[in-house]
Design a binder for this molecule. Structure first.
Ligand SMILES: Nc1ncnc2c1ncn2[C@@H]1O[C@H](COP(=O)(O)OP(=O)(O)OP(=O)(O)O)[C@@H](O)[C@H]1O
Ligand SMILES: [Mg+2]
Length: 214
């Protein structure tokens, strides 16, 4: 579904090549873990896959179609195919859980929002203010929001990085149920607990993604 061909990435004003002809194929994997040292480019790679970063060379294909860099085409690409949960959730702290979810879908379907909050185990949280949530609850809201558009692929950037082990396990269970929705998941993680539930594991070594076998 996702194929990256010879992706090269260098930030402007940096003389360091982050990716040098990087290749990746999601293949038939349902869940993929991406590990790698801090600063190796994991978040940048997810942003490229999410269509949020177009400053790269090489070809990105989704379902055998080239993902163009045209902003309008990219917008519909994202709406129809892919969601990302970023490293710091990007929730509006002073708004309610429900309001945060409504912002991500154009037709404000209360029913859909209730269904999604139920899926993530927060069925009574719609009117609760985000600033009052625990880290694990905020992560669930971010997951619910990402799933509202029914993405084919969910990208998650260190979704359990800030959580204790018990909460991490709860989030992992949630990912297992998302798998059953047919959504493919690519997770950037430092955690073995997380990578061990994934079908395929990669490590981002300097400039390249390598399949990890263990
Ligand atoms: N907008 C930017 N402009 C310049 N350099 C950037 C920018 N964003 C990221 N970088 C640099 O690119 C490198 C990769 O960053 P990235 O956030 O992708 O790493 P990461 O693997 O996700 O790290 P971590 O595990 O700490 O989250 C870092 O050296 C970072 O400083
Ligand atoms: Mg990162």
């Amino acid at each position: 579904m996702i194929t990256l061909n010879n992706i090269c990435k260098q930030f402007p004003k940096s003389n360091h090549k982050l990716f040098d002809h990087l290749n990746f194929s999601l293949g038939s994997s349902q869940t993929v873990a991406i590990k790698g040292r801090s600063g190796s480019g994991k978040s940048t790679l997810l942003k490229i896959m999410a269509g949020m970063d177009t400053q790269y060379t090489g070809i990105y294909e989704f379902n055998k179609n080239v993902v163009t860099k045209n902003p309008r085409t990219l917008l519909s690409f994202r709406k129809n195919n892919i969601s990302i949960i970023t490293q710091n959730y990007h929730l509006l702290q002073d708004r309610s859980v429900g309001a945060n979810l409504q912002l991500s879908i154009s037709k404000k379907s209360k029913k859909e929002i209730e269904k999604m909050l139920f899926l993530v185990g927060l069925e009574n949280y719609a009117s609760k203010r985000v600033s009052l949530l625990s880290g694990g609850e905020a992560q669930r809201v971010a997951i619910a929001r990402a799933l509202l558009t029914k993405p084919k692929v969910l990208l998650a950037d260190e979704p359990t990085g800030a959580l204790d082990e018990q909460t991490e396990l709860e989030i992992l269970n949630l990912f297992q149920s998302i798998k059953q929705l047919g959504t493919k998941i690519i997770i950037v993680t430092h955690s073995d607990l997380v990578s061990n539930i994934c079908d395929t594991k990669y490590t981002l070594t300097p400039k390249k993604l390598l399949l990890t076998t263990n």
